[in-house]
Design a protein around this ligand. Structure first.
Ligand code: Q46
Ligand code: ZN
Length: 314
């Protein structure tokens, strides 16, 4: 097979585009997809400070690399989740990348800063590990970005991730989640802008990008992912993609173009109803009685076995 753009021998075959690419043209194609997502959705403005949440995996490290290749300065944020050796090892990859490219990496360790890890938080809050983890990451990412003065927080969610989340949201018609599932979640009081520049790139393409650019990333999956609902949705969507290349991208892109705006009001309404958490100050849904305390602070209090400290004046 030959490269669609230059005719040299192809190193990767992208069935959904019915095309092969050589190394150079593939890297250019991948960066163009990111540039297009950033421009189409006005993800990053001129001079804005960008923080990339990195896990040590291919998507987040690949994203960091691509942003720099596109002349977008970005610092990294690594959150230590305390998931056994997996966290120790993934931290090494994130640090290794930052050191090799002479980049700034901010590190937040859940145990050191908040007194609990994901397995402990999950048990204490009686939440599935990935639910406890998602809650913690959302809280810490937002807090770290705001505390350190960043305008934008970028995450490495790729096309496969977003299509699987969309599938799960549609399966249950989670209208508020559908409203929230956007390439860009605008900034609001207490919230930094959140962007997903990889929505046009598949998981396989990200792996190829990292291999072809020599990015060293953690290949093992998080041990807590076993049995995770989204993995099942990914497998289903992969079967569909196998039979009908391009289905995944059509499912996601047409959602963004045609359906997502119909649910956007739900997010506006939900955000209008937020008040500062009485413990940490992060925006959280108001309660009919008493001070609102966010789900993260409630989980932390249960995990460390101490009462919630109410520090923020109502
Ligand atoms: S790190 Fe956390 Fe993932 Fe591990 S516990 Fe689940 S959500 S699988 S991206
Ligand atoms: Zn809180």
């Amino acid at each position: 097979m030959k490269c669609r753009r230059c005719g040299d021998p192809a190193v990767i075959d992208l069935r959904r585009h019915n095309a092969g690419f050589c190394r150079e043209c593939f890297l250019r194609y991948a960066r163009e997809q990111v540039r297009r997502a950033i421009d189409e959705h006005a993800m990053v403005g001129a001079g804005e400070r960008v923080l990339v949440a990195v896990s040590g995996g291919k998507d987040s490290l690949g994203l960091w690399h691509m942003l720099l290749a596109l002349d977008i300065d970005a610092d990294g944020l690594y959150v230590g989740l305390g998931i056994d050796e997996y966290s120790d090892e993934s931290a090494q990859y994130a640090r290794g990348f930052a050191t090799r490219h002479d980049l700034k990496l901010i590190e937040v360790d859940l145990v050191d800063t908040y007194g609990f890890d994901i397995p402990g938080g999950s048990r204490a809050a009686k939440r599935a590990p990935c639910s406890a983890c998602g809650l913690s990451k959302r809280h810490v990412f937002n807090d770290a970005a705001i505390t350190n003065g960043y305008d934008v927080l970028a995450t490495g969610h790729n096309l496969d991730d977003e299509a699987a989340v969309l599938f799960g949201n549609v399966l249950r018609w989670e209208t508020e989640y559908l409203g929230r599932q956007q390439p860009v979640l605008a900034a609001a009081p207490g919230f930094v802008r959140k962007v997903k520049p990889l929505i046009r790139i598949s998981e396989r393409e990200m792996a190829a990008y990292c291999v072809l650019t020599g990015i060293d990333y953690i290949v093992e999956e998080c041990p807590m992912a076993v049995g995770n609902r989204h993995l099942g949705y990914k497998e289903l969507l992969n079967q569909l993609e196998e039979r009908s290349p391009g289905s995944k991208a059509a499912f996601l892109n047409h959602f963004f173009d045609r359906a997502q705006p119909r649910f956007a009001d739900e997010v506006t309404e939900a955000r209008a109803d937020l008040r500062p958490c009485a413990s940490c100050g992060a925006p959280t849904p108001s309660t009919p009685d008493g001070e609102p305390v966010c789900a993260f602070c409630r989980m932390q209090a249960r995990a460390v076995g101490k009462p919630i400290s109410l520090q923020v004046a109502p």
